[in-house]
Design a binder for this molecule. Structure first.
Ligand SMILES: NC(=O)c1ccc[n+]([C@@H]2O[C@H](COP(=O)([O-])OP(=O)(O)OC[C@H]3O[C@@H](n4cnc5c(N)ncnc54)[C@H](OP(=O)(O)O)[C@@H]3O)[C@@H](O)[C@H]2O)c1
Length: 288
């Protein structure tokens, strides 16, 4: 467990909200931490890699933020309970929870199998559920709080070769939208973020099953195209603005908006497009 505080942060600590960002050590999560830090929040973040956490902690502390960076695997419910308890003890009750941590696997569903389905579900769905239920009782008792759920357009439209990821995000999306309705009268605001591609560089870290070279050839360029993907700092600004304005949903990137609307209006057309996409993707190897 590591902590840093700047002089300015200590001076204004009393009125600062406490924000907890899961997966805050890099990518969109770190961009969100920067954004909240710049707005004067006390920022807690978690991830599994202690080196990345320390790098993020130093950067945020240099901005003058009161920051707590803790190693935690959100797939482990006990670790999540300890994380929230440590944040409450060191920074105070969590005012804003951002469920952002996720991992991804690319490749045919037949090769991903049950193990990958479970692994992705444990992080992107159960990780968010555990964190949410850890902070909800205190938020309810105060009659206020914000929960920002970073899902994916894959949770709306399940593209081939990303099925475990999409399924976990679909479950998370459903959880988030239902929770928003249930908790509204308790004074708790839930924002469901549905991003398309964000240029975080995460595409190089995804796990690939099957023909790795062929899978990376289609997956990686899409995530980097300036016209298809949004910059993480811009995505973070739009997410924090949407949360502060009390918006229920935010679909990030024009392409994700088109995909989301088309899927709602015409499931048949969407299915035909997905069939076409699948024909362009590398086939699974023949059974041995
Ligand atoms: N990038 C995109 O194009 C895109 C598109 C749609 C949706 N999204 C969603 O946006 C969010 C952020 O994506 P990103 O591109 O910024 O990802 P990223 O760069 O891979 O960062 C993921 C973060 O989550 C942490 N993390 C992963 N597994 C974890 C676990 N089990 N417990 C705790 N922390 C964990 C990582 O740290 P450690 O690895 O050290 O644990 C890291 O801090 C994700 O929910 C992703 O699904 C991204």
């Amino acid at each position: 467990m590591t902590e840093a505080s700047g002089v300015r942060a200590d001076e204004r600590a009393a009125e600062q909200p406490t924000v907890l960002v899961t997966g805050g050590s890099r990518g969109l999560g770190l961009a969100l931490c920067r954004r909240y830090a710049a707005r004067g929040a006390r920022v807690a973040l978690c991830g599994r890699d202690e080196v990345a956490l320390e790098r993020a902690r130093l950067e945020l502390a240099a901005l003058g933020a009161h920051v707590l960076a803790l190693a935690c695997d959100v797939a482990d419910p006990t670790a999540v309970r300890q994380l929230v308890a440590a944040v409450e003890e060191r920074l105070g009750a969590v005012d804003v929870l951002v469920n952002n941590a996720a991992v991804m696997t690319v490749g045919p569903a037949s090769l991903q199998g049950v193990a990958e389905m479970e692994r992705l579900m444990d992080v992107a769905f159960w990780g968010a559920v555990h964190a949410t239920f850890e902070v909800l009782p205190a938020m309810r008792a105060r009659g206020s709080g914000t929960i920002v759920n970073v899902t994916s357009i894959g949770g709306r439209v399940s593209t081939p070769h990303l099925i475990a990821y999409n399924a976990a995000k679909a479950a998370f999306l459903s959880f988030s939208e239902g929770l928003a309705a249930e908790e509204r009268r308790e004074g708790i605001h839930v924002l469901t973020v549905i991003p398309g591609f964000i240029r975080t560089g995460s595409e190089v870290r995804v796990r690939v099953v099957g023909d790795e070279e062929a899978e990376r050839r289609w997956f990686e360029p899409g995530a980097r195209l300036p016209l298809l993907a949004v910059r993480p700092d811009r995505a973070a600004r739009r997410i924090v603005d949407a949360a502060e304005r009390g918006r229920r949903a935010l679909v990030l990137t024009p392409l994700a908006q088109v995909v989301s609307r088309t899927a709602a209006l015409s499931p048949t057309l969407t299915g035909l497009v997905l069939d076409g996409v699948n024909r362009l993707l590398p086939p699974p190897p023949p059974p041995a």
